[in-house]
Design a protein around this ligand. Structure first.
Ligand code: NDP
Length: 334
């Protein structure tokens, strides 16, 4: 089947890490050939994740240069590598997670590629998979959320944030949400958050007092903090005794130099998870994806797409997410 495919394609590559000036939109990148354990996906939609900015900026190190950015997409299988699983046949509509998604074609690992159910459109799938599966693993594995738990969610109107608000509401937890603007806080509320707060970056005392007042002086059962450096201390300050601090992102920069003795003040559990260590096998992906498709189909979850830009507008898309302009999910179309 490779013979019927073009030899070159459009893709966004970097040859070094840095600001948005290192992003190169190219039209002559070789179309990859799927190896054993891979399928070649013709991308229809590419999901943007904050993660993509870490690989561009150097917060995370790209394994090689030139490096094609992007971590998730959806489309149809154009070709398969040797011994591909039978549910990943050419022509199948799929969503996947994995490197090199900012392109017309991506060689995706079969462990991270899943057929999309008929009831879910291809755009929704690219807008959901990585963030929704992260949210599902966070509320089940990082801290097993129980009904009536108080949970603090940061950046609650972002891609991850809206998933967490909706899923936490669906399992009966009570969500305290932070976001930087009134508009964002309203969106978090529409998606299930019960209490809306600003970060109060200048005066952390205000934030701490408000959360303690709301939770009867005890603090929250768990925090899901994606902002990192600028919120870590205020998040830890509002975790209750024996509560859990889940730090899962670095939007404001990585948390560094944390002294573990601080945890003993309240016997707090600290977790720093990544999705790919919760979902590492095809079976784990299938199990988690089933939960996700069910949430979308049966609980009627709302997948908020901020906008769809052409792949050639990658600089604008990156600037929008880094300057906190987006709510929900930004999607690219090759
Ligand atoms: P978002 O849509 O949430 O965008 C980032 C948001 O972070 C902004 O909208 C902004 O919301 C907030 N923010 C706070 N401080 C800053 C800052 N200094 N610069 C920029 N943004 C800031 O992105 P995603 O949903 O893609 O990802 C959210 C977080 O979750 C990221 O940190 C990401 O790395 C993490 N993540 C982790 C995974 C894992 O496996 N561990 C998997 C997926 C995502 P506001 O203006 O309201 O503060």
């Amino acid at each position: 089947t490779m013979s019927s495919l073009p030899k070159t394609m459009k893709a966004v590559i970097i040859e070094k890490t840095g600001g948005t000036e290192v992003l190169q939109y190219k039209t002559d990148v070789p179309v990859p050939e799927p190896k054993e354990g891979e399928v070649l996906v013709k991308n229809e939609f590419i999901g943007i994740n904050y993660l993509d900015t870490y690989f561009r900026s150097g917060v995370y190190k790209p394994p090689t240069f030139p490096y094609t950015l992007g971590r998730e997409g959806s489309g149809t299988i154009a070709a398969i590598g040797p011994n591909a699983p039978s549910d990943l046949a050419p022509g199948t509509r799929v969503a996947y997670m994995g490197p090199s998604a900012y392109a017309e074609y991506t060689a995706a690992s079969v462990n991270y590629t899943i057929p999309i159910p008929d009831s879910i459109d291809t755009k929704t799938a690219a807008a959901s998979l990585l963030q929704a599966l992260t949210a599902i693993t966070l509320i089940r594995d990082a801290y097993e959320v129980k009904k009536d738990d108080w949970i603090l969610v940061t950046a609650a109107a972002g891609g991850m944030g809206l998933w967490l608000c909706q899923l936490l509401k669906a399992v009966g937890a009570r969500v305290i949400a932070t976001a930087s603007t009134e508009e964002k806080r309203n969106l978090a509320k529409e998606n299930g958050a019960e209490v809306l707060l600003d970060y109060h970056e200048e005066d952390r005392g205000i934030f701490t007092k408000k959360v303690l007042d709301i939770t009867g002086g005890e603090g929250v059962h768990a925090v899901f903090d994606s902002v990192g450096k600028s919120t870590f201390d205020s998040s830890l300050a509002v975790v209750r005794r024996k509560g859990t601090m889940v730090s899962f992102g670095n939007a404001s920069g990585p948390v560094e130099g944390f002294a573990i003795t601080r945890l003993s003040a309240k016997n707090v559990k600290l977790v720093r998870p990544t999705l790919f260590n919760y979902i590492a096998t095809r079976e784990e992906l299938q199990t988690a994806a089933k939960v996700l498709w069910n949430f979308i189909e049966k609980d009627g979850l709302n997948v908020k797409i901020h906008d769809v830009y052409p792949l050639s507008d990658v600089v604008r898309a990156t600037q929008d997410i880094e300057s906190r302009k987006t709510t929900g999910k930004l999607v690219l179309k090759p």
